[in-house]
Write a protein that binds this ligand. Structure first.
Ligand code: FPP
Length: 253
């Protein structure tokens, strides 16, 4: 793990900001959008954007770990992404294995633990195996959690939680009067992680696209026009800086 915390005092074209090591988000969730547009702008096939997007993941994982972010949840494949052309889906399904093959030593070195949220059982065998192997190999690491949302949908997550909860009520493992927010959260894929403090979405789209619907209730949102393959450490720091300068009231005053 990188032990040294970078104190930053940078002067930007738009103004200046000072990023302190206090009040950093513990859990950052990212919607990595704009890979296709990045490729199109360069006359490249869409998959070239996904490949470059994978390189951005490596950069941002390293950087997030430097700031002692506890959990980084990345939206890698949604339940809606199956609608894409077959060749694109096949390519996206190969990326986790490639990423983990080339990056696992660095994840180990930095004490990073890989986890997933989503319906892994519907992924192609080779994708699932690669991910499960990475989870297994990194299970003892207790540094940053790198959480991939794979075949993830917020509504599907809530529905499977309701089904499990209903089954537990039926078999008397749970009482109706004990169902509260905390109990419900324990049926979600994200349990026992705390809810994201900060959500970043790239590429200028201002929506949440079925991502962490329950968990984003009090999350701070941060949007940028930058396409995911162009997103970098400086952008990430800007998001952290803006987060530090927001007042979170959680419904209070
Ligand atoms: C959205 O961009 C991006 C995705 C649906 C896939 C994100 C995947 C990666 C960044 C790589 C995954 C790698 C690993 C290791 C899991 P888009 O294609 O919708 O872009 P567009 O809106 O410009 O078309």
């Amino acid at each position: 793990m990188f032990m040294k915390m970078p104190f930053l005092n940078r002067r930007k074209k738009q103004g200046s900001y000072k990023l302190s090591n206090d009040n950093l988000p513990e859990h950052v969730a990212i919607i990595m959008d704009g890979n296709g547009r990045w490729a199109k702008k360069r006359g490249l096939p869409r998959v070239a954007g996904h490949r470059e997007g994978m390189m951005t993941i490596k950069k941002i994982v390293r950087h997030a770990a430097k700031f002692n972010i506890k959990v980084l949840t990345l939206y890698a494949f949604s339940t809606e992404n199956w609608k894409r052309p077959k060749t694109e889906v096949e390519y996206l399904m190969k990326l986790p294995a490639e990423f983990l093959d080339t990056y696992l030593p660095e994840l180990m070195e930095n004490n990073i633990q890989v986890r997933t949220i989503g319906q892994l059982s519907d992924l192609p065998e080779h994708t699932r195996q690669a991910v499960e192997l990475a989870i297994e190999k990194t299970v003892q690491n207790d540094g940053m959690i790198l959480n991939f949302a794979l075949n993830y949908g917020g509504r599907a997550e809530i529905l499977q939680a309701v089904q499990k909860l209903a089954a537990d009520v039926k078999n008397e493992q749970m009482k109706v009067e004990d169902i509260n927010e905390e109990a419900f959260s324990s049926y979600l894929y994200t349990y026992p992680l705390k809810d994201p403090d900060l959500l970043i979405r790239t590429s200028g789209e201002i929506r949440i696209s079925n991502y962490l619907l329950w968990q984003l209730a009090y999350t701070e949102f941060w949007f940028t026009d930058v396409l995911w393959p162009d997103f970098d450490e400086e952008q990430f720091e800007k998001a952290l800086y803006d987060f530090q300068n927001r007042k979170r009231r959680f419904g209070g005053v």
